[in-house]
Design a protein around this ligand. Structure first.
Ligand code: NOJ
Length: 744
């Protein structure tokens, strides 16, 4: 009964980890919380009223059982059957069920454990990394990929994924840029929503879906200098304009959980940040799920300079709205804090309520166990592999194609394939590759052998490694190149070169790679550089050497096949950059939504300020032309919408896909605005000669207002410009008075 909780009166509460072994239910009468026909909130309140403070504490803790291969996450934990959740368990359904049985059958209240895992871009069928997915500008591919990931995880008992990561990042030195959807908040928002829908389904089905977790809340992508785990200095204006929108979109899409981040946000670490965790997330956005900390983030408050006292850490984290702690054991002091009156039990109850609500919503009480079905029945199915290949094909970005080097079909009888990424499964799998095995990845070499036209030969020689000065393989590689009519050289980073704790100051090609490229290019044959990396690389010195560059990112299990299709011309590339390639690392940060400068002077003295490849860049084997943007009216008012159109024509000889990017400019504003703000995108397919009209509906409040530094939306009358592609922009006027909306 809410208000009169048994635990509050229970002076002899068992210590966390110990269950009393007594059932409060009458024999033969199931407690209401066990009744799936009752509303979730009723079940939650019934269960909460039966819990001791020790049992509540355990529900707020996540432990680790076993070893992990993530160097940051190695550890071991003690298992208590009353624990709320286990992180990163992959020892199979059998052992997992043994633990779950202890929770369900041997603990007093039988609360099942939630099993969380990092299923980021696939579990067995690995899809392209999220940054690559964003470059498809096709969120449906992400929804589909996340659906497959859930179908391959949920049967094995993984009912919670720590994904999607929706940190906006504008610094390719940060290794985790690979895990997010790039630099733009609108793109991030569309992909965040798609991922949540993919993991959780339209209606959550236990055994098929997983609860999603928007991470890292928030601002982790702004870690100083791209150094992981660092402080992040984020103005409230940037917070509202850039950092928060993808989280808001994910919450609106129904995400059940969020993970608070490692970083200290402008003086208040994310895990104890009441503004973000409670005021924004709960009070304003109405989020009803729970927040888990990142790994050890509560105890790391000591290093961050908040407090080394576990009690102070626990109080601050819970009071801020961080419900569950990951792996730490600081929360074990909850019973003592409550007993001493230093932590209100209602704060604890609210956190437990949020955790239980999610457990009921995902059907955990009804279906606590993993199915012990053989993996072959639900993983790596041919249709999943086909989806992963289709997704990969749309994520590859053709950065450069001087003289039409690509596609290669019909231009060679013998093809040289060089470079350390050519036959490397890790480069396809990429960071956070779930349970995917490198041996199952279709490498570029395998893809080319699979797709090579009849009568053509492939000569493969690695030439060098990713790192180190060893040039002993050069002779063989260059001999293969000499014997060939064309060269494909695959360079970049090893598969684990980006990801967590993989910050790099030097993001050029390492080791002898650039020398190999230089010497291969000097042969004067048609040459295409394929880049495999989880981040935009600094191509300052490499770019001039290669007539054609295909940026393949880390494209997943069928990545090599998709790359081969694009190289050979079976597939027309359609990826566009969701993140800027800086001209050189000294340009960082550089991104498309920058604000205007005060003077024309002030650029770098040693080179132009233009990025090497801007956001939205990506070539095709066909050409598209854009008409001028036309408007349904020249004026718009608050509460109204305006229709705009642009005609896109395929002016080349091949069918192709084109992403129409809609940008708005607000040249005079009370709070200055970025020169170009992306408000919409749509990917279309056009046959040669075909023209299509693409429309956008501009909603004044949604698309023309801007947030102030506390998230209040301001709609300011005045002149706007709308652009799409290369045609003339259209000008229109927002009429009416300056209006301020509700806080977001
Ligand atoms: C630490 C990472 O920052 C986070 O993204 C991940 O979900 C957890 N470890 C669990 O592995």
């Amino acid at each position: 009964m809410p208000g009169k909780l048994q635990s509050e009166k229970n002076s002899k509460a068992p210590k966390p980890g110990k269950s009393s072994g007594r059932f409060t239910e009458k024999p033969g009468v199931a407690a209401p919380y066990r009744n799936p026909r009752l509303p979730v909130d009723e079940r939650v309140e019934d269960l909460l009223a039966r819990m001791t403070i020790g049992e509540k504490t355990d529900q707020l803790m996540q432990t680790f059982v076993g070893e992990s291969d993530n160097p940051n996450n190695v550890g071991s934990g003690s298992f208590r059957p009353t624990i709320g959740s286990v992180v990163g368990f992959w020892h199979g359904a059998g052992p997992q069920n043994n633990f779950q049985r202890m929770a369900v059958e041997q603990s007093r209240l039988g609360i099942p454990i939630m099993w969380g895992m990092d299923v980021i871009h696939g579990q067995h069928t690995i899809f392209p990394i999220p940054l690559a997915q964003a470059c498809s500008f096709n969120p449906e591919l992400t929804r589909m990929g996340c659906e497959v990931a859930a179908l391959e995880s949920a049967p094995a008992g993984v009912n919670w994924t720590f994904a999607p990561m929706v940190d906006i990042c504008r610094d390719p030195r940060w290794g985790r840029v690979a895990e997010g959807f790039g630099e733009d908040p609108h793109v991030g928002s569309r992909f965040a929503a798609a991922a949540v829908k993919g993991f959780q389904g339209a209606k959550f089905v236990p055994g098929r879906n997983m609860a999603s977790c928007l991470k890292h809340f928030c601002g982790y992508g702004f870690s100083e200098g791209g150094r992981d785990y660092s402080y992040s200095d984020i103005s409230r204006q940037t917070l509202w304009e850039t950092v928060l929108p993808p989280f808001h979109a994910g919450v609106n899409a129904g995400a059940m959980t969020l993970m608070s981040s490692f970083n200290d946000i402008t003086g208040t670490p994310a895990v104890i940040n009441r503004y973000t965790l409670t005021e924004v997330l709960r009070t304003r956005w109405g989020f009803k799920g729970f927040v888990v900390s990142d790994w050890n983030a509560v105890s790391q408050l000591a290093r961050q300079g908040f407090s080394a006292d576990p009690k102070a850490q626990t109080r601050a984290a819970l009071a801020a709205g961080n419900d569950m702690e990951m792996v730490d054991t600081q929360y074990l002091c909850i019973p003592e804090l409550v007993r001493d009156g230093r932590l209100a039990v209602k704060v604890v109850n609210e956190a437990v309520r949020r955790v239980l609500r999610v457990k009921f919503r995902i059907g955990l009480f009804e279906m606590p166990y993993a199915s012990e079905r053989p993996l072959e029945e639900y993983a790596l199915l041919p249709e999943y592999l086909a989806k992963a290949e289709a997704a990969a094909a749309e994520t590859l970005v053709l950065l450069k194609n001087a003289g039409g080097v690509l596609p290669l079909a019909g231009k060679f009888k013998t093809l040289a394939l060089l470079g350390p990424a050519a036959a490397n499964g890790g480069c396809m799998k990429g960071t956070w590759g779930g349970l995917g095995s490198e041996a199952r990845m279709t490498t570029i070499e395998m893809g080319l052998r699979e797709k090579l036209p009849a009568g053509c030969r492939l000569l493969h020689a690695r030439g060098c490694d990713f790192e180190g000065a060893d040039r002993s393989g050069f002779a063989e590689a260059l001999a293969a190149a000499r014997e060939s009519d064309a060269i494909v050289i695959c360079l970049g980073e090893p598969g684990d070169g980006s990801g967590e704790d993989q910050s790099r100051a030097n993001i050029r090609l390492h080791g002898a790679q650039e020398d190999l490229l230089r010497e291969a290019a000097a042969l004067g044959k048609p040459l295409a550089l394929v880049l495999c990396a989880g981040r935009p690389l600094d191509l300052f010195t490499a770019e001039p050497l290669a007539p054609a560059i295909l940026n393949a990112w880390q494209p997943g299990i069928r990545g090599g096949a998709a790359i081969a299709d694009v190289l050979l011309g079976n597939v027309n590339p359609s990826g566009r950059l969701a993140i800027t390639f800086p001209r050189t690392a000294g340009h960082i940060p550089t991104f498309h939504a920058q604000r205007r400068r005060s003077r024309e002077q002030g650029f770098y003295r040693d080179m132009g300020a233009e990025p090497l490849y801007p956001f939205g860049h990506g070539l095709s084997y066909t050409t598209f032309s854009y008409g001028n943007v036309t408007l349904g009216a020249r004026k718009i008012r608050a509460g109204r919408a305006l229709k705009a159109k642009v005609t896109v024509t395929n002016t080349g000889l091949r069918p192709g896909k084109e992403t129409v990017l809609w940008y708005v400019s607000d040249p005079e504003a009370g709070i200055t605005q970025p020169e170009l703000r992306l408000i919409g995108f749509e990917k279309i397919e056009l046959a040669p000669g075909e023209a299509k009209e693409v429309a956008i509906r501009i909603d004044a409040w949604r698309d023309l207002s801007y947030p102030d530094c506390d998230g209040r939306r301001i709609l300011e009358p005045g002149r706007f410009l709308l652009r799409a592609g290369t045609g003339e922009p259209a000008e229109f006027v927002l009429e009416g008075a300056l209006r301020a909306g509700r806080l977001e």
